[in-house]
Design a binder for this molecule. Sequence first.
Ligand SMILES: *Cc1c(COP(=O)(O)O)cnc(C)c1O
Length: 368
Amino acid sequence: MQIPFVDLKKQYHSIKSDIDTAIQRVIEETAFIGGTHVKQFEKAFAELYGVKYCVGCANGTDAIYIILKMLGIGQGDEVITTASSWISTSETIGQTGAKPVFVDIEPDFYTIDANKIEEKITSRTKAIIPVHLYGQVADLEALAKICEKHNLYLIEDCAQSHFSQLSGRNAGTWGIAGTLSFYPGKNLGAYGDAGAIITNDEKFAEKCRMYANHGALIKHQHYIEGINSRLDGLQAAILNAKLPHVLQWTDQRIANAAIYTELLKGIPNISLPAQRQGSRHTWHLYVIRAEKRNELATWLKERGIETAVHYPTPLPFMAPYEYQRAAREDFPIAAAYQQEILSLPMYPELSKDQMQYVADAIAAFYRQ
Ligand SMILES: *Cc1c(COP(=O)(O)O)cnc(C)c1O
């Protein structure tokens, strides 16, 4: 059996005619930049997500950058974020001129440890960016309290957590704004780069929209210097075709995670992912911790099973942050997990037989 890490082809074939028609229409209408498909997606996504405004942009990285810039964050400021994420979360802070200040992760949930935030807050701190890593929401209730107490902006990186919830409230709606990535492999994926900002603040949405479009809301009326970060018409049309399926795909991920957990729970050499109380985890990734992780990954590969590591190096230990001189003792959990985490194949179309095959191969590895 061959089990790829993600299988975007299977999903395409399940809705092929809708996708093909959508692409054809954009070309026929030459609605490449802006236009009806982008507007339609922004409206439909905001409605489905339960948020007032959705501003499309070029990718999930720009979404974070645009928010930081429009909050006036820059040189001399500090922004607190997690030690464990994709580099977009911290590089955008650096790009504004501000300094990313890292906080270790919680041992059970892999998200920023709210108990270790306050010791890092200074007079320069302006915002906190939690990442709902793997689809698991960060401790939003604690984070919202800290932000309120210290007068900080809460910006949620929801690139991996479309429709994740805590206490029935969607991720991305707890602070000033949230960011989404529609990178092809994300829970809602385009066929290229795409992203969005979500917010309930009308003025802020307008500011972000303006900045992402060269500082203009109307052609040739530039109020500020902006950037070119627009949601592409083709990508918007593809996202429109996929949107009616996303909740069902999310349910399928949740069901698959439960099946994995059932199949894997008897294996003593691995730790299975936990889920925060009162949350809805949307399982962008199913990440286990495994003894002899690298050997296990090789064993699985030899049996046709693709795995990945998210992420091999915690952010504070990466080259761009060498100047911060982080020690492993400063981020003990992220540092320890670096050698143990392993992401198993996870997507809505994954079958029970495939998961059984993965579980059997993992069990066989530890029986040798
Ligand atoms: C994918 C991702 C991003 C960036 O999204 P792009 O659309 O690829 O720019 C940001 N943060 C996290 C946590 C991500 O996983």
